[in-house]
Design a protein around this ligand. Structure first.
Ligand code: GRG
Length: 296
């Protein structure tokens, strides 16, 4: 079967698995106090590609047949991702009214509740990892790497620089620190956790990390390009915001054509890297191509 068809089917199956665990784990929306649970569920189930949890499950299955043990980890990563989106949309950060094709969390529930919904998702994500049927040492390692990856030396620093650089010319160095930390880091960790859960060797982890860094950076370059060339309806969020807010982006620094070229190069490099796993890497290669062509 065509690898794109296989990929589409696999993504759909794994999206369902992550939705099931999130639905089981998150409090019902009529639980007390209702509005916080409503806000959390509103944002988590607003849609979303579930790319990061998919990567965790895909990386796990590079080594193991089943997928069950890594599902709580995958769910936790999606919770963290959704938290970053809720906080990112707040007026004092990126100020966005739409997300995942719906009004942003703070537009519906107010800023206070949106802040708390994000906080709750971030904190509970760590709890969910502890329930995974994996060795305690592996879970401790994941919790440590996750805290490092999204903390002041990771995601927060990327977002901090993103805010700080608004309206400034920005250097290539700043741009690469922003993209690496704001976006590529969580994508790389998602893959890495799948591999860690499956007891991958250091060499195998290195290949996975390399693939993750490359697709992670390409993902953000495409995101920058979609903000210019994309369709708001397909994307489910506002377009043209980067230029309005004078963000430091790939197209702003390198131009549209060169940004496309760099994304293509990164995707090629990611495919070459993962190809070291031979035929087992088929879906990873198809996924890399899909990320390059994505419209949402
Ligand atoms: C981690 C403590 C801590 C704070 C977070 C707000 C913030 C600080 C960071 C924002 C990071 C951010 C929103 C980066 C953009 C990454 C990105 C391209 C998001 C879109 O991801 P998709 O397209 O979204 O996978 P869906 O909706 O499909 O899940």
């Amino acid at each position: 079967m065509d690898s794109r068809v296989l990929l589409k089917r696999d993504i759909k199956e794994k999206q369902e698995l992550v939705n099931i665990i999130l639905d089981r784990f998150l409090p019902r929306k009529d639980e007390y106090p209702k509005d916080i649970h409503k806000a959390i569920r509103y944002s988590v189930f607003a849609g979303g590609k579930r790319l990061r949890p998919y990567l965790s499950m895909l990386a796990y299955q590079l080594f193991k047949k089943d997928v069950e043990p890594v599902i709580p980890v995958a769910g936790a990563i999606e919770m963290i991702h959704t938290f970053t989106l809720i906080h990112d949309d707040l007026p004092d950060i990126d100020d966005d009214d739409y997300r995942r094709g719906k009004e942003s969390c703070h537009k519906v529930f107010g800023e206070g509740i949106a802040l708390l919904a994000g906080d709750a998702l971030l904190i509970s994500a760590f709890e969910l990892i502890t329930y995974a049927n994996l060795e305690p040492e592996i879970k401790v390692q994941m919790i440590r790497e996750l805290a490092q990856g999204i903390g002041v030396n990771g995601l927060i620093s990327g977002q901090m620089l993103d805010i700080e650089s608004e309206g400034k010319k920005g250097s290539q160095k700043t741009l690469s620190i922003i993209h690496e930390n704001k976006t590529a880091r969580l994508i790389r960790l998602s893959l890495r956790f799948g591999a860690l859960a499956a007891h991958a060797t250091d060499l195998e982890l290195k290949i996975i990390d390399d693939y993750g860094s490359k697709i992670g950076l390409a993902f953000q370059i495409i995101d920058d390009l979609l903000d210019i060339e994309g369709n708001a309806e397909e994307l489910g969020k506002t377009v043209g915001k980067d230029e309005d807010q004078q963000k430091v982006t790939y197209p702003a620094l390198y131009g549209i054509e060169e940004s496309h070229r760099q994304a293509e190069t990164l995707i090629d490099q990611a495919k070459q890297s993962i190809h070291k796993f031979g035929e087992r890497a088929l879906l990873f290669e198809a996924l890399a191509d899909y990320l390059l062509q994505r419209k949402s």
